[in-house]
Ligand binder design. Structure first.
Ligand code: MSP
Length: 494
Protein backbone atom coordinates (compact mmCIF):
# COMPACT_ATOMS: atom_id res chain seq x y z
CA UNK A 1 0.00 0.00 0.00
CA UNK A 2 1.39 3.39 -0.93
CA UNK A 3 1.91 5.90 1.87
CA UNK A 4 1.09 9.58 1.99
CA UNK A 5 2.57 11.88 4.62
CA UNK A 6 1.17 15.41 4.73
CA UNK A 7 1.96 18.14 7.25
CA UNK A 8 0.80 21.61 8.23
CA UNK A 9 3.13 24.12 9.84
CA UNK A 10 3.15 23.84 13.59
CA UNK A 11 1.43 27.01 14.68
CA UNK A 12 2.65 29.53 17.20
CA UNK A 13 0.52 29.67 20.30
CA UNK A 14 0.59 33.41 20.90
CA UNK A 15 -2.58 33.56 18.85
CA UNK A 16 -5.75 31.51 18.80
CA UNK A 17 -6.62 29.52 15.70
CA UNK A 18 -8.13 31.75 13.03
CA UNK A 19 -9.27 31.52 9.47
CA UNK A 20 -5.68 31.65 8.15
CA UNK A 21 -4.41 28.73 10.18
CA UNK A 22 -7.72 26.96 9.55
CA UNK A 23 -7.22 27.36 5.80
CA UNK A 24 -3.91 25.46 5.75
CA UNK A 25 -5.21 22.84 8.13
CA UNK A 26 -8.35 22.21 6.06
CA UNK A 27 -6.22 21.96 2.90
CA UNK A 28 -4.15 19.25 4.58
CA UNK A 29 -7.32 17.53 5.74
CA UNK A 30 -8.73 17.47 2.21
CA UNK A 31 -5.55 15.88 0.88
CA UNK A 32 -5.42 13.40 3.74
CA UNK A 33 -9.04 12.31 3.28
CA UNK A 34 -8.72 12.07 -0.48
CA UNK A 35 -5.66 9.84 -0.19
CA UNK A 36 -7.30 7.63 2.43
CA UNK A 37 -10.23 7.23 0.07
CA UNK A 38 -7.83 6.19 -2.65
CA UNK A 39 -6.43 3.52 -0.36
CA UNK A 40 -3.19 5.19 0.72
CA UNK A 41 -1.69 4.68 4.17
CA UNK A 42 -1.97 8.25 5.35
CA UNK A 43 -0.21 10.12 8.10
CA UNK A 44 -1.48 13.64 8.58
CA UNK A 45 0.52 15.67 11.08
CA UNK A 46 -0.25 19.01 12.63
CA UNK A 47 0.78 20.60 15.89
CA UNK A 48 2.15 23.55 17.79
CA UNK A 49 5.38 25.50 17.87
CA UNK A 50 5.56 26.28 21.56
CA UNK A 51 9.20 27.14 22.21
CA UNK A 52 9.08 30.64 20.80
CA UNK A 53 9.70 33.90 22.64
CA UNK A 54 6.22 34.78 21.43
CA UNK A 55 4.85 32.13 23.79
CA UNK A 56 6.59 33.75 26.73
CA UNK A 57 5.42 37.20 25.72
CA UNK A 58 1.81 36.11 25.31
CA UNK A 59 1.80 34.09 28.53
CA UNK A 60 3.06 37.08 30.50
CA UNK A 61 0.62 39.45 28.86
CA UNK A 62 -2.19 37.19 29.96
CA UNK A 63 -0.86 37.03 33.47
CA UNK A 64 0.41 33.46 33.41
CA UNK A 65 3.38 32.77 35.68
CA UNK A 66 3.63 29.20 34.49
CA UNK A 67 4.40 29.30 30.78
CA UNK A 68 3.72 25.62 30.29
CA UNK A 69 0.26 26.11 31.78
CA UNK A 70 -0.38 28.80 29.20
CA UNK A 71 0.86 26.46 26.44
CA UNK A 72 -1.44 23.71 27.67
CA UNK A 73 -4.41 26.05 27.61
CA UNK A 74 -3.62 27.16 24.07
CA UNK A 75 -3.11 23.58 22.93
CA UNK A 76 -6.62 22.88 24.16
CA UNK A 77 -7.95 25.71 22.02
CA UNK A 78 -6.28 24.43 18.87
CA UNK A 79 -7.46 20.89 19.44
CA UNK A 80 -10.98 22.18 19.99
CA UNK A 81 -10.90 24.27 16.81
CA UNK A 82 -9.65 21.37 14.71
CA UNK A 83 -12.36 19.17 16.13
CA UNK A 84 -14.92 21.76 15.19
CA UNK A 85 -13.57 21.90 11.64
CA UNK A 86 -13.59 18.12 11.36
CA UNK A 87 -9.83 17.85 10.93
CA UNK A 88 -8.80 14.20 10.74
CA UNK A 89 -5.19 14.51 11.83
CA UNK A 90 -3.31 11.33 12.71
CA UNK A 91 -0.57 13.01 14.71
CA UNK A 92 -0.45 16.11 16.87
CA UNK A 93 2.96 17.34 17.97
CA UNK A 94 3.76 19.95 20.58
CA UNK A 95 7.38 21.01 20.66
CA UNK A 96 7.40 21.07 24.46
CA UNK A 97 6.93 17.30 24.43
CA UNK A 98 9.86 15.19 25.59
CA UNK A 99 9.88 13.05 22.42
CA UNK A 100 10.45 16.19 20.38
CA UNK A 101 13.14 17.71 22.59
CA UNK A 102 15.06 14.45 22.59
CA UNK A 103 14.84 14.21 18.82
CA UNK A 104 16.08 17.76 18.25
CA UNK A 105 19.17 17.11 20.35
CA UNK A 106 19.93 13.89 18.48
CA UNK A 107 19.43 15.59 15.15
CA UNK A 108 21.74 18.38 16.21
CA UNK A 109 24.44 15.87 17.23
CA UNK A 110 24.39 14.43 13.73
CA UNK A 111 24.86 17.87 12.19
CA UNK A 112 27.56 18.75 14.68
CA UNK A 113 29.46 15.52 14.07
CA UNK A 114 29.74 16.50 10.42
CA UNK A 115 31.61 19.63 11.44
CA UNK A 116 28.82 21.90 10.29
CA UNK A 117 28.42 23.86 13.53
CA UNK A 118 30.69 26.62 14.84
CA UNK A 119 30.59 29.41 17.39
CA UNK A 120 30.60 33.00 16.30
CA UNK A 121 29.17 36.35 17.12
CA UNK A 122 26.38 38.03 15.34
CA UNK A 123 25.08 41.49 15.05
CA UNK A 124 21.79 41.88 13.36
CA UNK A 125 18.17 42.85 13.31
CA UNK A 126 15.90 40.23 14.81
CA UNK A 127 12.15 40.18 14.25
CA UNK A 128 10.65 38.29 17.16
CA UNK A 129 7.40 37.85 15.29
CA UNK A 130 9.13 36.10 12.39
CA UNK A 131 11.61 34.57 14.81
CA UNK A 132 14.48 35.36 12.46
CA UNK A 133 17.14 37.86 11.55
CA UNK A 134 16.30 40.35 8.82
CA UNK A 135 18.66 42.12 6.47
CA UNK A 136 18.39 45.89 6.01
CA UNK A 137 17.05 45.53 2.51
CA UNK A 138 14.29 43.16 3.60
CA UNK A 139 12.83 45.93 5.74
CA UNK A 140 10.31 48.46 4.50
CA UNK A 141 10.79 51.87 6.12
CA UNK A 142 12.72 50.15 8.85
CA UNK A 143 9.86 47.77 9.62
CA UNK A 144 9.41 44.03 9.10
CA UNK A 145 7.13 43.91 6.06
CA UNK A 146 5.11 41.02 7.51
CA UNK A 147 4.60 42.34 11.01
CA UNK A 148 4.93 46.11 10.54
CA UNK A 149 7.21 46.34 13.54
CA UNK A 150 10.83 47.40 13.87
CA UNK A 151 13.14 44.43 14.48
CA UNK A 152 15.35 44.38 17.57
CA UNK A 153 19.04 45.16 17.24
CA UNK A 154 20.93 42.17 18.62
CA UNK A 155 24.58 41.67 19.16
CA UNK A 156 25.22 38.28 20.64
CA UNK A 157 27.21 35.08 20.56
CA UNK A 158 25.53 32.36 18.56
CA UNK A 159 26.30 28.91 17.34
CA UNK A 160 26.08 28.77 13.59
CA UNK A 161 25.03 26.18 11.07
CA UNK A 162 27.01 26.22 7.82
CA UNK A 163 24.08 26.81 5.54
CA UNK A 164 26.42 28.41 3.01
CA UNK A 165 28.01 25.08 2.21
CA UNK A 166 24.70 23.79 0.83
CA UNK A 167 24.28 26.41 -1.85
CA UNK A 168 25.29 24.19 -4.75
CA UNK A 169 23.32 21.18 -3.55
CA UNK A 170 20.21 23.27 -3.10
CA UNK A 171 20.44 24.84 -6.53
CA UNK A 172 20.98 21.39 -7.96
CA UNK A 173 17.86 20.19 -6.12
CA UNK A 174 15.78 23.01 -7.59
CA UNK A 175 17.17 22.40 -11.06
CA UNK A 176 16.68 18.63 -11.07
CA UNK A 177 13.43 18.41 -9.22
CA UNK A 178 11.12 20.88 -10.88
CA UNK A 179 8.17 19.82 -8.71
CA UNK A 180 9.95 20.40 -5.40
CA UNK A 181 8.25 23.73 -4.75
CA UNK A 182 4.65 24.64 -5.49
CA UNK A 183 3.67 26.95 -7.08
CA UNK A 184 6.28 27.27 -9.82
CA UNK A 185 6.56 31.04 -9.34
CA UNK A 186 7.72 30.57 -5.77
CA UNK A 187 10.28 28.02 -6.84
CA UNK A 188 11.94 30.64 -9.02
CA UNK A 189 11.77 33.15 -6.21
CA UNK A 190 13.56 30.78 -3.84
CA UNK A 191 16.12 29.73 -6.46
CA UNK A 192 16.96 33.40 -7.09
CA UNK A 193 17.32 33.94 -3.38
CA UNK A 194 19.82 31.08 -3.15
CA UNK A 195 21.74 32.35 -6.18
CA UNK A 196 22.42 35.60 -4.38
CA UNK A 197 24.47 33.58 -1.94
CA UNK A 198 23.52 31.93 1.34
CA UNK A 199 24.86 33.08 4.69
CA UNK A 200 25.37 30.74 7.61
CA UNK A 201 22.55 30.92 10.13
CA UNK A 202 22.65 31.06 13.86
CA UNK A 203 20.94 28.11 15.48
CA UNK A 204 21.28 29.02 19.12
CA UNK A 205 20.46 32.11 21.13
CA UNK A 206 21.80 33.09 24.53
CA UNK A 207 19.81 34.37 27.46
CA UNK A 208 16.40 32.90 26.66
CA UNK A 209 14.25 31.63 29.48
CA UNK A 210 12.21 29.24 27.34
CA UNK A 211 13.08 26.72 24.66
CA UNK A 212 15.16 23.60 24.22
CA UNK A 213 18.54 23.83 25.99
CA UNK A 214 21.47 23.85 23.56
CA UNK A 215 23.76 20.86 24.20
CA UNK A 216 27.06 22.68 23.59
CA UNK A 217 26.44 25.61 25.88
CA UNK A 218 24.20 25.87 28.89
CA UNK A 219 23.68 29.60 28.39
CA UNK A 220 22.05 28.93 25.03
CA UNK A 221 18.82 27.53 23.74
CA UNK A 222 18.00 26.31 20.25
CA UNK A 223 16.89 28.91 17.75
CA UNK A 224 13.20 28.13 17.46
CA UNK A 225 13.17 27.31 13.73
CA UNK A 226 15.93 24.72 14.07
CA UNK A 227 13.78 23.18 16.78
CA UNK A 228 10.42 23.59 15.02
CA UNK A 229 11.31 22.23 11.59
CA UNK A 230 12.36 19.01 13.28
CA UNK A 231 8.75 18.33 14.25
CA UNK A 232 8.14 16.74 10.87
CA UNK A 233 10.63 14.03 11.81
CA UNK A 234 10.23 13.86 15.56
CA UNK A 235 6.54 13.02 15.16
CA UNK A 236 6.87 10.87 12.06
CA UNK A 237 6.11 7.20 12.59
CA UNK A 238 8.34 4.49 11.07
CA UNK A 239 7.76 4.08 7.37
CA UNK A 240 6.38 7.50 6.45
CA UNK A 241 9.45 9.65 5.85
CA UNK A 242 10.09 11.48 3.53
CA UNK A 243 7.06 13.73 3.77
CA UNK A 244 5.05 13.85 0.56
CA UNK A 245 3.77 17.37 1.14
CA UNK A 246 4.71 20.10 3.60
CA UNK A 247 1.85 22.60 3.42
CA UNK A 248 2.13 26.25 4.49
CA UNK A 249 1.54 29.80 3.33
CA UNK A 250 4.14 31.76 1.41
CA UNK A 251 5.37 33.55 4.57
CA UNK A 252 7.42 30.58 5.74
CA UNK A 253 8.31 29.02 2.44
CA UNK A 254 12.00 29.91 2.61
CA UNK A 255 12.52 28.16 5.93
CA UNK A 256 11.08 25.02 4.37
CA UNK A 257 12.61 25.22 0.91
CA UNK A 258 16.10 26.35 1.92
CA UNK A 259 16.96 25.79 5.57
CA UNK A 260 15.06 22.55 6.09
CA UNK A 261 16.50 20.69 3.07
CA UNK A 262 19.99 21.83 4.10
CA UNK A 263 19.43 20.63 7.66
CA UNK A 264 18.18 17.28 6.39
CA UNK A 265 21.12 16.80 4.09
CA UNK A 266 23.46 17.74 6.91
CA UNK A 267 21.95 15.13 9.22
CA UNK A 268 21.70 12.50 6.50
CA UNK A 269 17.95 12.32 5.92
CA UNK A 270 15.98 12.10 2.69
CA UNK A 271 14.33 15.30 1.51
CA UNK A 272 10.58 15.93 1.49
CA UNK A 273 8.99 15.49 -1.92
CA UNK A 274 7.13 18.75 -2.13
CA UNK A 275 7.00 22.10 -0.39
CA UNK A 276 3.62 23.69 -1.01
CA UNK A 277 2.98 27.35 -0.31
CA UNK A 278 -0.48 28.81 -0.67
CA UNK A 279 -1.32 32.48 -0.64
CA UNK A 280 -2.45 34.76 2.14
CA UNK A 281 -6.05 35.28 3.13
CA UNK A 282 -7.41 38.72 3.80
CA UNK A 283 -10.76 39.59 5.35
CA UNK A 284 -12.87 41.98 3.33
CA UNK A 285 -9.70 43.04 1.57
CA UNK A 286 -7.69 43.76 4.71
CA UNK A 287 -4.89 41.96 6.49
CA UNK A 288 -6.06 40.56 9.75
CA UNK A 289 -4.31 40.31 13.05
CA UNK A 290 -4.96 40.51 16.71
CA UNK A 291 -3.72 44.08 16.78
CA UNK A 292 -6.08 45.09 13.98
CA UNK A 293 -8.86 43.35 15.87
CA UNK A 294 -10.49 41.90 12.76
CA UNK A 295 -9.66 38.24 13.28
CA UNK A 296 -12.52 35.87 12.51
CA UNK A 297 -12.63 32.76 14.62
CA UNK A 298 -13.53 29.47 12.98
CA UNK A 299 -16.21 28.99 15.64
CA UNK A 300 -18.03 32.18 14.70
CA UNK A 301 -18.23 30.99 11.09
CA UNK A 302 -19.12 27.38 11.73
CA UNK A 303 -21.83 28.34 14.22
CA UNK A 304 -23.35 30.65 11.67
CA UNK A 305 -22.87 28.75 8.43
CA UNK A 306 -21.81 25.20 9.25
CA UNK A 307 -18.42 23.59 8.89
CA UNK A 308 -18.88 22.14 5.45
CA UNK A 309 -20.08 25.37 3.87
CA UNK A 310 -16.96 27.07 5.17
CA UNK A 311 -14.67 24.28 3.98
CA UNK A 312 -16.31 24.29 0.58
CA UNK A 313 -16.27 28.04 0.18
CA UNK A 314 -12.62 28.53 1.06
CA UNK A 315 -11.48 26.01 -1.51
CA UNK A 316 -13.96 26.89 -4.23
CA UNK A 317 -13.42 30.60 -4.00
CA UNK A 318 -9.65 30.97 -3.87
CA UNK A 319 -7.41 29.39 -6.50
CA UNK A 320 -4.94 27.50 -4.34
CA UNK A 321 -1.54 29.17 -4.31
CA UNK A 322 -2.89 32.67 -4.85
CA UNK A 323 -3.79 35.26 -2.26
CA UNK A 324 -7.49 35.44 -1.65
CA UNK A 325 -10.10 37.42 0.14
CA UNK A 326 -12.64 36.05 2.55
CA UNK A 327 -15.96 37.76 2.86
CA UNK A 328 -19.20 36.55 4.32
CA UNK A 329 -21.38 37.84 1.50
CA UNK A 330 -19.60 35.59 -1.00
CA UNK A 331 -19.92 32.68 1.40
CA UNK A 332 -23.68 33.21 1.67
CA UNK A 333 -24.04 33.31 -2.10
CA UNK A 334 -22.19 30.04 -2.46
CA UNK A 335 -24.27 28.38 0.21
CA UNK A 336 -27.50 29.36 -1.51
CA UNK A 337 -26.42 28.66 -5.06
CA UNK A 338 -23.78 25.94 -5.23
CA UNK A 339 -24.66 24.06 -2.08
CA UNK A 340 -28.37 24.77 -1.67
CA UNK A 341 -29.46 24.73 -5.30
CA UNK A 342 -27.04 22.64 -7.30
CA UNK A 343 -26.40 19.95 -4.71
CA UNK A 344 -29.10 20.19 -2.05
CA UNK A 345 -32.04 20.60 -4.41
CA UNK A 346 -30.86 17.83 -6.66
CA UNK A 347 -30.88 15.50 -3.69
CA UNK A 348 -34.31 16.72 -2.54
CA UNK A 349 -35.80 16.39 -6.02
CA UNK A 350 -34.36 12.93 -6.45
CA UNK A 351 -35.63 11.72 -3.09
CA UNK A 352 -39.08 13.20 -3.68
CA UNK A 353 -39.30 11.45 -7.04
CA UNK A 354 -38.20 8.13 -5.56
CA UNK A 355 -40.68 8.54 -2.74
CA UNK A 356 -43.62 9.47 -4.95
CA UNK A 357 -42.98 7.38 -8.02
CA UNK A 358 -41.14 4.36 -6.70
CA UNK A 359 -42.50 3.76 -3.23
CA UNK A 360 -39.30 5.09 -1.66
CA UNK A 361 -37.31 2.21 -3.16
CA UNK A 362 -34.31 3.03 -5.33
CA UNK A 363 -34.70 1.16 -8.64
CA UNK A 364 -31.65 -0.94 -9.53
CA UNK A 365 -29.40 0.34 -12.22
CA UNK A 366 -28.51 -1.01 -15.59
CA UNK A 367 -24.84 -0.32 -16.46
CA UNK A 368 -24.62 2.51 -18.93
CA UNK A 369 -22.95 5.61 -20.20
CA UNK A 370 -23.27 7.65 -17.03
CA UNK A 371 -20.94 5.22 -15.31
CA UNK A 372 -18.27 5.88 -17.91
CA UNK A 373 -18.73 9.57 -17.35
CA UNK A 374 -18.40 9.05 -13.60
CA UNK A 375 -15.07 7.29 -14.08
CA UNK A 376 -13.85 10.22 -16.13
CA UNK A 377 -15.05 12.69 -13.52
CA UNK A 378 -13.17 10.80 -10.84
CA UNK A 379 -9.97 10.74 -12.84
CA UNK A 380 -10.22 14.45 -13.55
CA UNK A 381 -10.87 15.35 -9.92
CA UNK A 382 -7.98 13.13 -8.88
CA UNK A 383 -5.63 14.74 -11.38
CA UNK A 384 -6.68 18.20 -10.26
CA UNK A 385 -6.24 17.42 -6.58
CA UNK A 386 -2.84 15.90 -7.27
CA UNK A 387 -1.97 19.17 -8.98
CA UNK A 388 -3.35 21.00 -5.91
CA UNK A 389 -6.04 22.68 -7.99
CA UNK A 390 -8.70 22.42 -5.33
CA UNK A 391 -11.02 24.94 -6.94
CA UNK A 392 -10.80 23.15 -10.29
CA UNK A 393 -11.63 19.83 -8.66
CA UNK A 394 -14.76 21.39 -7.19
CA UNK A 395 -15.63 22.90 -10.57
CA UNK A 396 -15.41 19.43 -12.08
CA UNK A 397 -17.71 17.99 -9.44
CA UNK A 398 -20.17 20.82 -9.94
CA UNK A 399 -20.14 20.31 -13.71
CA UNK A 400 -21.13 16.71 -13.03
CA UNK A 401 -23.98 17.93 -10.80
CA UNK A 402 -25.06 20.29 -13.58
CA UNK A 403 -25.30 17.29 -15.92
CA UNK A 404 -27.50 15.52 -13.39
CA UNK A 405 -29.72 18.53 -13.00
CA UNK A 406 -29.96 18.65 -16.77
CA UNK A 407 -30.92 14.98 -16.85
CA UNK A 408 -33.83 15.72 -14.51
CA UNK A 409 -35.00 18.71 -16.51
CA UNK A 410 -34.75 16.94 -19.83
CA UNK A 411 -36.34 13.64 -18.90
CA UNK A 412 -39.04 15.16 -16.67
CA UNK A 413 -39.31 12.00 -14.59
CA UNK A 414 -42.46 13.28 -12.84
CA UNK A 415 -44.24 12.76 -16.19
CA UNK A 416 -42.93 9.24 -16.75
CA UNK A 417 -45.20 6.29 -15.98
CA UNK A 418 -44.50 4.45 -12.70
CA UNK A 419 -42.51 1.23 -13.04
CA UNK A 420 -41.53 2.14 -16.57
CA UNK A 421 -38.02 1.35 -17.78
CA UNK A 422 -37.46 5.03 -18.56
CA UNK A 423 -38.42 6.17 -15.10
CA UNK A 424 -36.39 3.49 -13.33
CA UNK A 425 -33.44 4.38 -15.47
CA UNK A 426 -33.52 8.07 -14.57
CA UNK A 427 -34.15 7.46 -10.87
CA UNK A 428 -31.39 4.93 -10.53
CA UNK A 429 -28.96 7.16 -12.43
CA UNK A 430 -29.78 10.04 -10.13
CA UNK A 431 -29.47 8.03 -6.95
CA UNK A 432 -26.21 6.43 -8.05
CA UNK A 433 -24.80 9.75 -9.21
CA UNK A 434 -25.58 11.24 -5.84
CA UNK A 435 -23.99 8.33 -3.99
CA UNK A 436 -20.94 8.82 -6.18
CA UNK A 437 -21.06 12.58 -5.51
CA UNK A 438 -20.92 11.84 -1.80
CA UNK A 439 -17.53 10.19 -2.40
CA UNK A 440 -16.37 13.08 -4.57
CA UNK A 441 -17.22 15.73 -2.00
CA UNK A 442 -16.22 13.67 1.03
CA UNK A 443 -12.71 15.12 1.32
CA UNK A 444 -14.08 18.66 1.19
CA UNK A 445 -17.30 18.17 3.13
CA UNK A 446 -17.12 14.99 5.18
CA UNK A 447 -20.36 15.35 7.10
CA UNK A 448 -22.36 16.45 4.05
CA UNK A 449 -21.08 13.35 2.29
CA UNK A 450 -22.35 11.23 5.16
CA UNK A 451 -25.69 12.97 5.17
CA UNK A 452 -26.15 12.38 1.45
CA UNK A 453 -25.58 8.65 1.88
CA UNK A 454 -27.85 8.57 4.90
CA UNK A 455 -30.70 10.13 2.97
CA UNK A 456 -30.15 7.66 0.17
CA UNK A 457 -30.69 4.91 2.72
CA UNK A 458 -26.99 4.04 2.96
CA UNK A 459 -26.39 5.06 6.53
CA UNK A 460 -23.11 3.83 7.97
CA UNK A 461 -21.48 3.17 4.60
CA UNK A 462 -17.77 3.74 5.12
CA UNK A 463 -15.83 6.15 2.97
CA UNK A 464 -13.12 3.70 2.03
CA UNK A 465 -11.44 2.54 -1.12
CA UNK A 466 -13.64 -0.50 -1.58
CA UNK A 467 -16.84 1.53 -1.44
CA UNK A 468 -15.31 4.21 -3.63
CA UNK A 469 -14.80 1.52 -6.27
CA UNK A 470 -18.47 0.55 -5.99
CA UNK A 471 -19.65 4.15 -6.05
CA UNK A 472 -17.65 4.83 -9.22
CA UNK A 473 -19.19 1.79 -10.87
CA UNK A 474 -22.70 2.76 -9.71
CA UNK A 475 -22.95 -0.45 -7.73
CA UNK A 476 -22.87 0.88 -4.20
CA UNK A 477 -26.63 0.84 -3.69
CA UNK A 478 -27.95 -2.65 -2.87
CA UNK A 479 -31.14 -3.93 -4.51
CA UNK A 480 -34.34 -2.74 -2.88
CA UNK A 481 -32.72 0.03 -0.91
CA UNK A 482 -35.26 2.21 0.81
CA UNK A 483 -34.35 5.87 0.99
CA UNK A 484 -33.76 7.49 4.37
CA UNK A 485 -35.38 10.51 5.89
CA UNK A 486 -35.38 13.60 3.67
CA UNK A 487 -33.67 16.63 5.19
CA UNK A 488 -32.65 19.90 3.59
CA UNK A 489 -28.85 19.73 3.18
CA UNK A 490 -28.19 23.46 3.13
CA UNK A 491 -31.05 25.63 4.35
CA UNK A 492 -31.28 28.96 2.56
CA UNK A 493 -29.41 31.80 4.21
CA UNK A 494 -30.68 35.34 4.08
N1 MSP B 1 5.58 28.36 13.92
C1 MSP B 1 5.84 28.74 12.58
C2 MSP B 1 5.84 27.54 11.66
C3 MSP B 1 6.83 26.48 11.98
S1 MSP B 1 6.69 25.12 10.93
C4 MSP B 1 8.02 24.19 11.24
C5 MSP B 1 4.76 29.71 12.13
N2 MSP B 1 3.62 29.70 12.81
S2 MSP B 1 2.36 30.64 12.50
O1 MSP B 1 1.45 30.42 13.59
O2 MSP B 1 2.77 31.97 12.28
O3 MSP B 1 1.71 30.04 11.26
C6 MSP B 1 2.01 30.47 9.96
C7 MSP B 1 1.13 29.70 9.03
O4 MSP B 1 -0.25 29.90 9.39
C8 MSP B 1 1.19 30.14 7.59
O5 MSP B 1 2.28 29.58 6.89
C9 MSP B 1 -0.14 29.61 7.10
O6 MSP B 1 -0.08 28.23 6.99
C10 MSP B 1 -1.06 29.96 8.24
N3 MSP B 1 -1.57 31.32 8.14
C11 MSP B 1 -1.50 32.28 9.09
N4 MSP B 1 -2.13 33.40 8.65
C12 MSP B 1 -2.59 33.19 7.41
C13 MSP B 1 -3.32 33.96 6.49
N5 MSP B 1 -3.68 35.20 6.72
N6 MSP B 1 -3.63 33.38 5.30
C14 MSP B 1 -3.26 32.11 5.00
N7 MSP B 1 -2.58 31.36 5.86
C15 MSP B 1 -2.22 31.87 7.06
O7 MSP B 1 4.98 30.42 11.17
Amino acid sequence: MEKFYVTTPIYYINDEPHIGTAYTTIAADILARWHRLKGFRVFFLTGLDENSVKTVRAAKQKGFKDIQAYADEMAGKFIEAWKLLNISYDGFIRTTEERHKKFVKEFFQKVNEKGLVYKGSYEGLYCEDCECFKTENELVNGLCPDHKKPPKKLSEENYFFKLSSFEKQLLELFRKNSGFVFPESRKNEVANFIKQGLLDISISRPGLEWGIPFPLDEKHRFWVWFDALNNYLSACPEGYWPADIHLMAKDIMRFHAVIWPAMLQAAGYKLPKKIVAHGFLTINGARFSKTLGNVISPKYLTDKYGVDALRYHLFREIPFGQDGDFNEAALKTRINSDLGNDLGNLLQRTLTLIEKKSNSIIPSSPKNSVVKEAMKVFETVDRQLTALEFHRALETIWAFLADMNKLVNETEPWNLPPNSKELNYVLSQLANSLAFTAFLVYAFMPSTAERILEQLGLKGTAFNNENLGKAKAFSLIPENTKIGEKKVLFPRIK
